[in-house]
Ligand binder design. Structure first.
Ligand SMILES: Cc1ncc(COP(=O)(O)O)c(C=O)c1O
Length: 491
């Protein structure tokens, strides 16, 4: 998890220290604590020396020394013999490692008891009619596939062709032989990690990011290198291309994993300029990029820029591997996704897959193909429903919990809520006692960051969201962080 910041990079992170009317060592120490707890400054970052930071900030060295002392006292900085001073979080390592997998439990056929509201997973229910139609179409096509052995390491040509056409239409020219069918985008990511990452390697991940991506890296005995996301004036996630390039240069990761479209959990969208910058930096440093586009189709306000992969067009450069699936745009239960990349990399991935699940099930691939043929007809309604639920949840939260702040995401399936207090884990425990399942902020980062944040999906119908917000407000009240406002009906 090593990263190093020089004086001027650190000053950029700190921003305007006099903005809140305070100055001196306490303001400096408080700013560092805030940046660490909300993940904008990654845990395990080597900070500049007192002398270097004092020069960069234009303040006395004594002020920086007092701030560093204060931060060491509160557990936010730690000295490592012979290698400088590093950021930390108090109690880091004791409770931050999750023990529960980030996947639904199976207490009932739906995975969740009926009186429990599941907001731990940002995944919508299936469009029942479309699923039934796709199933029938797939069954009708199945006889045509029964003559062969049914094992196709790279996937059915018909499905690979449909995926290639879709990516091409999005602005990423793709041929079917650049597509491999997988059991979802997480499976595609796992296959790439298995083929390209060795134990001890580093993998650069956004901070925050999708929890299963962090666990995947850890399970491969590799080391996650957190790349903190910045925020714009409206509180939306922003990618700092210079910090990304510095992360690549300093940690030489085996690959970097990014979610540029409706990033989970922040909902942020990487703008076109940053896509160009990120692709160029990866090329310069020879680092393969894994681009998770599984949420791409779920823009709710405006379409997103072309896929990040379309900025990486020079043959022979570090590969860009694009992941996708039908899990968010249609249904997670389809369990069909894809990996798009250079043929040589696909061959390598396929070789290691041959000793794993060998190939994807034929019937499910036919269902996925039938769904892809319908996708552009399905999406407008999907988007309208999700946009209405997003707006409803924002209104309900603003009324019930006015001290919380959530930027309005332009797409995706969840809000990333700033609680204004580092109570996410205890809130999630309290909410569970009220029959509400949530994933606490630290689940989305490394090193225990994001205690002040909560991801709240808007995938449920509005009456369920109202119930969830009422339970959340009750749970928050039990923590005594501040009295919630009276609940008003939301129409
Ligand atoms: C960013 C991201 N990647 C991957 C996944 C898993 O998707 P799939 O069902 O396609 O494996 C999710 C699901 O929440 C996600 O948000």
């Amino acid at each position: 998890m090593e990263q190093q910041l020089n004086g001027s990079a650190f000053v950029r992170h700190l921003g305007d220290l006099s903005a809140d009317g305070r100055a001196g060592y306490a303001a400096l120490a408080d700013r560092v604590r805030t940046l660490l707890s909300d993940g904008r400054l990654a845990v395990g970052t080597r900070v500049p020396s007192e002398r270097e930071l004092a020069a960069a900030l234009g303040i006395g060295r004594g002020t920086v020394a007092a701030a560093y002392d204060d931060l060491r006292g509160s557990g936010h900085l730690a000295r490592r013999r012979g290698s400088g001073t590093w950021t930390a979080l108090p109690g880091e390592g004791s409770s931050s490692t999750p023990v529960v997998p980030f996947a639904p439990t199976s207490a009932s056929p739906s995975g969740i008891a009926s009186d429990v509201i599941d907001l731990a997973h940002a995944a919508p229910a299936a469009p029942a009619d479309a699923m039934a139609e796709a199933g029938q179409e797939a069954l009708a096509e199945l006889p045509g596939h029964l003559v062969g052995p049914g094992y196709d390491l790279l996937g059915l040509p018909v499905l690979r062709g449909l995926v290639a056409d879709r990516l091409t239409a999005q602005g990423l020219p793709t041929t079917p032989d650049e597509v491999m069918v997988t059991a979802g985008s997480q499976h595609a990511h796992a296959l790439v990690v298995r083929a390209l990452v060795r134990p001890g390697d580093r993998v650069l991940l956004e901070q925050p990011t999708y929890p299963n991506a962090i666990d995947l890296v850890r399970h491969a005995s590799a080391r996650p290198v957190p790349m903190a996301l910045d925020r714009d004036a409206a509180g939306r996630a922003r990618w700092d291309v210079a910090a990304f390039a510095a992360g690549l240069r300093e940690s030489s990761p085996a690959l970097a994993y990014l979610v540029p479209d409706h990033h989970n959990p922040t909902g942020g969208v990487m703008d076109a300029e940053a896509r160009g910058g990120v692709a160029a930096a990866a090329r310069r440093h020879g680092v393969p990029l894994v681009v998770d586009d599984c949420l791409r189709d779920l823009w709710l306000d405006d379409p997103v820029p072309p896929p990040l992969g379309s900025w990486a067009t020079v043959p022979g450069e570090a590969p860009v591997l694009t992941l996708g699936s039908l899990s968010k745009s249609v249904w997670g239960g389809v369990r069909i996704g894809w990996l798009r990349g250079p043929r040589a990399v696909l061959r390598r991935v396929a070789t290691s897959r041959a000793s794993d699940d060998i190939a994807s099930p034929v019937l499910e691939q036919l269902v996925a193909a039938a769904l892809l043929r319908r996708l552009d007809d399905l999406l407008p309604e999907r988007r309208a429903v999700m946009a209405a639920r997003r707006d409803h949840l924002l209104t309900a939260l603003a009324r019930a919990l006015p001290d919380w702040h959530a930027p309005r995401p332009g797409g995706g399936l969840s809000l990333w809520v700033d609680l204004g207090a580092p109570r996410s884990s205890v809130l999630v425990e309290a909410a569970a006692r009220h029959g509400l399942h949530l994933a606490a902020g630290p689940r989305f980062g490394t090193g225990g960051a994001f205690e002040g944040f909560l991801r709240v999906p808007y995938t449920h119908p509005v009456d369920v969201l109202d119930d969830a917000v009422a339970r959340l407000a009750t749970a928050w009240e039990t923590l005594g962080v501040g009295a919630p406002a009276m609940l008003a009906p939301v129409v």
